[in-house]
Design a protein around this ligand. Structure first.
Ligand SMILES: *[C@@H]1O[C@H](CO)[C@@H](O)[C@H](O)[C@H]1NC(C)=O
Ligand SMILES: *[C@@H]1O[C@H](CO)[C@@H](O)[C@H](O)[C@H]1NC(C)=O
Ligand SMILES: *[C@@H]1O[C@H](CO)[C@@H](O)[C@H](O)[C@H]1NC(C)=O
Ligand SMILES: *[C@@H]1O[C@H](CO)[C@@H](O)[C@H](O)[C@H]1NC(C)=O
Ligand SMILES: *[C@@H]1O[C@H](CO)[C@@H](O)[C@H](O)[C@H]1NC(C)=O
Ligand SMILES: *[C@@H]1O[C@H](CO)[C@@H](O)[C@H](O)[C@H]1NC(C)=O
Ligand SMILES: *[C@@H]1O[C@H](CO)[C@@H](O)[C@H](O)[C@H]1NC(C)=O
Ligand SMILES: *[C@@H]1O[C@H](CO)[C@@H](O)[C@H](O)[C@H]1NC(C)=O
Ligand SMILES: *[C@@H]1O[C@H](CO)[C@@H](O)[C@H](O)[C@H]1NC(C)=O
Ligand SMILES: *[C@@H]1O[C@H](CO)[C@@H](O)[C@H](O)[C@H]1NC(C)=O
Length: 494
């Protein structure tokens, strides 16, 4: 799927709505780019997307001014290069609060201050000033009478957890025990949250093939082969929840409870270098779409079913000046010039767009000459980010055909096409699909658009059966080959 095609397919706005019953989804705006758009333009984008929560990595005054009276809640940041000064001087901390917070409230609704970013793992020489910085800033907030409205914490990398699996046995790296204990004490005393940058992308890449991509992307796993925590018998269907539970358990291992985890960054890069194969538009779209559904569903994690972590998507704009591999510059959902890279939506295409009557007798099917690997890729997309209803091609269902990728892809492509055509969906699938008037329905396997006339079994769509050697590949889109034998391996990695 080219980004151009995806761009055309989805016209729905991305809605970063506040879910009244609990967790919210916000978005992070970085500043490491050559061309930062004007603050007023950024705020217009946020408004158009109905975003209610934004995380700034700094305290840019133009942004804070532009965000005034918008109703948007703002998290500001003390950048790492200001941390030493703030943590070494009470008066510098007071000055920071006055200039960057007190001067803009209440018109600008600043509700969080993120002090530093991944301090313990990226600037360990400043680790000792972290808790003093939190305390000095808190005193200054108290003096400004802002301490009930604004909470203070500091975002951590998931690398502060030395052994994340199984989640029930996770602990923080003991190198920072004393600082971590003071940090948790501070959060407990001030009613603040543990800030975590939860990035399954790094977990997936670091696992070097041990973790299935589907586990990282929240794609439903076969119920018989989910990842279970042997100590608790809790099942994990996605890496995001496992990371959050590992954090809760690490906090508990320090003898603290009741401190919520707030996810300050989570996303997926859409472009990478030649060795960064998982950084694709399809995966970024799938991850972020599924993450939004997951957070707004509010069902918590296996170990904390009543506490869903609110999450800031990483990130609104590509940051072209970030160092590191190509993927590091490509986490944005837009370029800074406001060109959309891919569109996110909270709307479930499968349930919101009715089938178009104009398409009766028209079918979008797999081109049986297309390479099977390309078909599989398109099938994964249709059943994942494309939100086609793929129930009928699951094992035991009428259109299931374990050895026929052409037949199952046809079903998924056609379902997608019929649901989305009226809103711009096309029958293309990167050149692997084509339109036909031959009804591929057969038996109780009924394709969308079928007029009920006798199905033409063995028609264009079904194509010749694939060789047996292909069977396992064609199943892999929904049958995650995460067999039980793999599970013990998962728990020793990371
Ligand atoms: C589309 O197909 C071309 C070749 O047919 C392939 O090189 C490209 O990677 C495909 N793009 C995607 C996003 O699958
Ligand atoms: C971005 O990088 C370019 C080239 O390396 C540099 O000239 C520019 O100053 C950088 N911009 C920012 C905002 O750091
Ligand atoms: C700021 O956000 C908080 C938390 O949602 C809310 O209770 C408060 O009313 C907001 N304040 C303003 C001035 O909008
Ligand atoms: C803990 O952190 C230290 C310092 O960064 C590092 O050298 C060590 O490898 C880490 N230990 C584990 C088990 O990750
Ligand atoms: C937590 O409490 C238990 C029981 O009181 C104690 O054995 C353990 O050392 C404590 N752990 C920490 C990190 O303080
Ligand atoms: C999770 O929710 C329960 C209520 O169901 C609450 O008692 C508990 O303190 C919460 N835990 C955290 C870490 O917020
Ligand atoms: C929310 O999650 C629960 C448990 O995973 C699931 O049963 C339910 O269908 C989901 N609801 C929505 C609206 O997605
Ligand atoms: C926006 O920026 C991207 C990346 O630099 C570029 O490819 C694209 O052409 C730009 N779009 C416009 C409308 O300038
Ligand atoms: C089917 O795919 C083959 C090989 O990629 C191509 O030559 C042919 O034109 C395609 N047929 C249609 C109808 O798109
Ligand atoms: C998906 O298709 C199945 C039949 O194959 C149907 O029972 C189910 O209601 C459909 N779900 C949605 C959300 O349309």
């Amino acid at each position: 799927m080219s980004s151009k095609r995806l761009h055309g397919v989805f016209t729905l706005l991305m809605l970063m709505v506040f879910n009244v019953s609990g967790a919210f989804v916000g978005i992070t705006i970085g500043n490491d780019m050559s061309n930062m758009p004007p603050a007023t333009d950024i705020v217009s984008i946020l408004k158009a997307k109905k975003t209610q929560h934004v995380r700034l990595l700094d305290s840019d005054h133009q942004m804070l001014t532009a965000l005034a009276n918008t109703g948007i809640e703002v998290m500001v940041g003390v950048p790492n290069d200001q941390l030493l000064r703030v943590g070494q001087s009470r008066s510098t901390a007071a000055d920071w609060i006055n200039k960057n917070v007190a001067a803009y409230t209440p018109a600008t609704n600043i509700t969080y201050i993120a002090v530093g970013n991944e301090v313990l793992t990226t600037i360990p020489n400043a680790a000792l000033v972290l808790v003093p910085a939190l305390q000095f800033l808190q005193s200054a907030l108290l003096a400004a009478n802002l301490n009930t409205q604004v909470k203070i914490s500091s975002p951590h990398s998931m690398d502060v957890i030395s052994k994340a699996f199984p989640p029930s046995a996770a602990t923080f790296n003991s190198t920072w025990s004393s600082i971590m204990s003071q940090y948790l004490e501070f959060l407990k005393n001030t009613g603040s949250s543990f800030m975590l940058n939860a990035q399954p992308y790094y977990g997936y890449v670091g696992g070097q093939g041990v973790f299935p991509l589907e586990y990282a992307l929240f794609r439903s796993l076969n119920p018989n082969s989910q990842i279970s925590d042997p100590n608790t018998n809790l099942f994990y269907t996605n890496m995001f929840d496992a990371i959050i539970d590992a954090t809760y358990n690490s906090i508990q291992a320090m003898n603290f409870t009741g401190i919520p985890v707030l996810v300050t960054a989570s996303g997926w890069p859409w472009r990478g270098g030649p060795s960064e194969k998982a950084a694709t538009v399809d995966n970024a779209l799938a991850y972020n779409t599924n993450l939004i559904h997951h957070v707004l569903n509010n069902s918590g994690t296996p170990s904390q079913p009543n506490n869903q972590s609110s999450t800031y998507i990483f990130e609104l704009f590509n940051e072209d000046n970030r160092s590191g591999p190509v993927s590091e510059q490509n986490w944005g959902i837009m370029f800074p010039n406001a060109t959309t890279i891919y569109s996110l939506s909270f709307e479930d295409v499968a349930t919101t767009i009715p089938e178009s009557p104009a398409l009766r007798g028209v079918f979008c099917v797999a081109n049986s000459s297309a390479p099977h690997s390309a078909l599989k890729h398109s099938l994964d997309w249709a059943c994942g980010p494309g939100s086609a209803n793929c129930s009928a091609i699951q094992p035991g269902q009428p259109c299931y055909a374990s050895d026929d990728i052409v037949a199952v892809s046809s079903y998924a492509f056609n379902d997608y096409y019929h649901r989305t055509q009226s809103s711009g969906g096309t029958c293309n699938f990167n050149g692997t699909a084509m339109i036909t008037s031959t009804d591929p329905s057969h038996g109780s396997c009924i394709f969308a658009g079928s007029t009920g006339a006798s199905g033409s079994k063995g028609g264009t769509a079904s194509g010749p059966a694939s060789p047996d050697s292909f069977a396992s590949k064609s199943q892999s889109c929904w049958l995650i080959h995460l067999v039980a034998t793999l599970l013990p391996i998962l728990f020793v990695v990371m």
